[in-house]
Design a protein around this ligand. Structure first.
Ligand SMILES: O=C(O)CCC(=O)C(=O)O
Length: 280
């Protein structure tokens, strides 16, 4: 996947118009088959090879040092910011996907302005792995004004059985809530944001190569992987509007030419009264 492989800048099809309307009204939208099967195969193989010997110091989520050895996530923790590892084969690959011009075009349309890249992550989610309880991304990125946008690329087909992503309808403009505590038997992260009364999460069926975009207010999360042999891998990036003035200190920003961009550190206590720092 390269930064030159996209449709001409600004070219939007009728389908894209519908996708844009969906994003504007619901806070999320799916772009089917944004990545080709051979691109997805290449991403999957590169990350499986990077994880062949288990967690990689400085790359894999360190919080998994505390996970019991029998937990499938002890061997396959998510990888954080792979694009910041030029010394590894996955480094330039992750940077290339994060700054891919197809993704750039959609983000520009969704944000109505130039986006900046803030984060990349790779989730392996092997069979038996716990999910990630419902949460809102801008609780962690703390982008102001406005909000962040995620691009969640399915690297395997994802459905209810292997722990697909779920979104809570009607939360496109939801206030960022102070999370409750998640059930540790179902979620590898500790935060839980309760859906509004009477609104149920919707499980999304995604095929490998589909990209789900969603804003930082949308309440979302994932089920445990209940399958016996199917991974549910995903490559996930987060972006912020270039007009933002604050972002959490944990994130280093890049423009779509790959240049670092400075932004002030988010101030204030957030909805819990204390700063939420770090990844979600
Ligand atoms: O892929 C998942 O299981 C959860 C990802 C997620 O919630 C996120 O990236 O914000």
């Amino acid at each position: 996947m390269s930064a030159t492989s996209a449709a001409p800048k600004g070219a939007m099809t009728m389908t894209d118009d519908i996708i844009l309307q969906h994003f504007q009204s619901d806070g999320y939208a799916i772009v089917r088959q944004l990545a080709t099967p051979s691109e997805v195969d290449g991403i999957r193989e590169a990350f499986m090879s990077a994880a062949a010997n288990g967690p990689v110091a400085g790359l894999s989520d360190g919080h998994f040092a505390d996970v019991p050895p029998g937990d499938p996530l002890a061997f396959y923790p998510r990888m954080m910011h792979p694009h910041l590892h030029p010394e590894l084969p996955i480094g330039p690959l992750a940077m290339g996907i994060m700054l891919d011009s197809r993704i750039h075009n959609y983000l520009r349309a969704f944000m109505g302005e130039e986006p900046l890249a803030a984060q990349s992550m790779f989730y392996f989610k092997p069979p038996g792995a716990r999910g990630q309880e419902l949460h809102q991304d801008n609780f962690y990125l703390r982008v102001k004004p406005g909000t962040c946008v995620a691009a969640w690329m399915a690297i395997d087909d994802a459905d209810e059985e292997n722990g697909t992503l779920m979104v809570v309808p009607q939360t496109a403009n939801a206030e960022i809530a102070c999370p409750e505590t998640a059930d540790a038997a179902r979620s590898f992260t500790t935060d839980y944001v309760r859906p509004p009364a009477g609104v149920e999460p919707v499980a999304l069926r995604l095929s490998a190569g589909d990209v789900l975009f969603f804003n930082g207010s949308v309440i979302h999360g994932s089920y445990p992987n209940a399958s016996k042999e199917r991974f549910r891998r995903a490559f996930i990036c987060h972006y912020v509007p270039a007009s933002s003035t604050e972002v959490s200190a944990f994130y280093r920003l890049f423009d779509f030419s790959g240049n670092p961009v400075a932004m002030a550190e988010a101030q204030g206590g957030g909805p819990c009264g204390t700063a939420a720092a770090g990844p979600h």
